[in-house]
Design a protein around this ligand. Structure first.
Ligand code: AMP
Ligand code: MG
Length: 495
């Protein structure tokens, strides 16, 4: 009879470790002293072809805590470079993450399984390679929330408390997140390929990325240019999705932008409450480089860094390569704008396109900014207006009557849609969440888990966020903005 460990077969099918020897260093995890499984994503486990009942065991915990490596894994730390807040670091790499391997999921998609916080790697520099538990739970909560909101993201398979302490100014309980991603290849991986100094190396990572993520590019006249356009499209869509829910990533360095267009790295991210385009939460982003309204221009900036790495591949004639890539770069903003409009129109109930829609949406945002209105609730309460009650939305504005004229204009535009009010309400409530991971709630549940050893509020919040579009009586505490404070909300990278 097979032992439990043998039954717990991940069926790894590792391609990164077999093909890209210049882009990683093999290494191992450090043990955890008394690990505890705080949360297992049973649904995701099934999707990955894993048995959640077998994972929810001592043997599963051994894997999620870095105490035992699953059979067939090729544990490694990936190498990458990155522009961090505009400054280039030629060698970053996974300093606190360990790729266990790849599995083929039930949709025939290749997925990475990675431990985050499992100890030092050759890229750790002065760091300890560990994660504090708070940021682990934060990433679990927000990445799963993003997934339910329909936003491409890395996923969370498990969260473990290690039983050890990590030193972050003070001693904090440690944790490990098991992260799942379409891959962990980033813009910074390409920059690292260029830094290796041989065209063959950048070709290798690009060919690998094309065959893994954009195989359709192979058939085009210029696969490398098409690859760039595919990545641009995926990232432009991603940023448009962020903007549509008031999400601020907070650390859009080139090492934190995946080429698949999945949100990665949930360090200092947060959702904004009242609408203010200049909102910045990250304590280290003192210049506001990654402020909410800067995200679309940072998108282009980062993709330009990717384009630079592809110059030698796009055409033998450098001038021609630069010209082709420049055209593609110039197309990023219109591409983003198209995605943004496509995200915003349904938020105000529109199913057709009118040349004035962009202005209509921007005018709403302007009055929201002036009126310091809550981003999430304004969109959600638009549907109340169609039910005949404008008071709930009006009370979100500092001067309630400031939105009257816009509401009239909007309803005139809606009248030209020809849809019934019921249908419009239904459609809007499917894209405008009522429950988001509000900062005050996130802090509250993390504090209970970390400081009082009580994970129940975290688990309750996870459950609420599983259905962000369905209003539930009694859950008002989750939908209301936090108490107004004179001290601006700050987030920290400290995973
Ligand atoms: P991030 O802020 O998550 O994008 O990380 C930037 C770089 O710092 C990456 O190379 C990380 O691997 C590394 N890093 C962050 N925290 C640690 C840590 N505790 N120990 C070692 N390396 C770390
Ligand atoms: Mg990172």
């Amino acid at each position: 009879m097979k032992s439990k460990k043998e039954l717990l077969d991940f069926n790894f099918d590792n391609s990164f470790s077999h093909n890209l020897e210049d882009f990683f260093v093999s290494c191992s995890s450090e043990p955890s002293s008394s690990p505890q499984l705080l949360q297992l994503n049973r649904k995701l486990a099934k999707e990955l072809g894993l048995n959640p009942d077998l994972l929810d065991s001592e043997e599963g915990l051994d894997i999620f805590s870095g105490n035992d490596l699953p059979a067939g894994s090729d544990p490694l730390a990936q190498a990458y470079s990155g522009h961090q807040f505009g400054g280039f670091s030629p060698l970053l790499g996974d300093g606190r993450a360990l790729l266990l391997g790849e599995v083929i999921d039930s949709n025939n998609q290749r997925r990475d399984i990675q431990l985050k916080g499992s100890g030092r790697t050759p890229f750790s520099r002065g760091g300890d390679g560990k994660s504090a538990l708070g940021p682990v739970l934060r990433e679990y909560l927000i990445s799963e929330h993003m997934h339910v909101l329909g936003i491409p993201t890395t996923r969370a398979l498990a969260a473990v408390a290690t039983g050890d302490q990590v030193n972050r100014d003070t001693l904090l309980p440690g944790g490990i997140l098991t992260r799942v991603a379409a891959s962990h290849i980033r813009v910074g991986t390409f920059q690292f390929g260029t830094a290796l100094g041989e065209i063959e190396k950048i070709k290798k990572i690009t060919d690998y990325s094309i065959s893994r993520h954009y195989p359709e590019a192979t058939n085009s006249d210029n696969p490398y240019l098409t690859f760039f356009e595919c990545v641009s499209n995926a990232q432009a869509l991603l940023v448009a999705r962020w903007m549509s829910v008031g999400f601020i990533h907070g650390v859009m360095n080139t090492d934190n932008m995946t080429i698949t267009g999945e949100t990665i790295d949930y360090g200092p991210c947060a959702f904004m409450d009242s609408y203010f385009p200049g909102t910045v939460f990250s304590s280290i982003d003192t210049q506001g480089r990654y402020a909410y309204s800067n995200q679309p221009s940072v998108l282009s900036w980062n993709l330009t860094r990717l384009a630079e790495t592809l110059v030698p591949l796009v055409d033998d004639n450098q001038e021609q390569a630069v010209a082709l890539l420049t055209t593609a770069i110039n197309n990023i903003h219109p591409l983003y704008q198209g995605h943004w409009l496509a995200q915003m129109r349904p938020k105000i109930g529109l199913t057709t396109e009118d040349i004035l829609d962009e202005e209509l949406i921007n005018d709403l945002l302007s009055i929201m900014e002036e009126g310091q209105a809550d981003f999430t609730l304004v969109f959600r309460r638009l549907s109340e207006v169609l039910k005949g009650n404008a008071d709930p939305i009006k009370e979100l504005f500092k001067h309630p009557q400031s939105c009257d004229a816009w509401l009239v204009r909007w309803q005139e535009r809606l009248a030209r849609e020809g849809n019934t009010k019921d249908l419009t309400i239904k459609m809007m409530n499917k894209v405008n969440p009522i429950y988001i991971a509000r900062n005050h709630k996130v802090e509250e549940v993390l504090s209970a888990a970390v400081n009082q050893n009580d994970v129940k509020p975290f688990l309750d919040f996870l459950l609420v966020l599983e259905k962000p579009f369905d209003e539930v009586k009694g859950n008002e505490a989750y939908s209301s903005p936090g108490p107004v404070s004179d001290i601006p909300y700050k987030t920290f990278c400290g995973t």
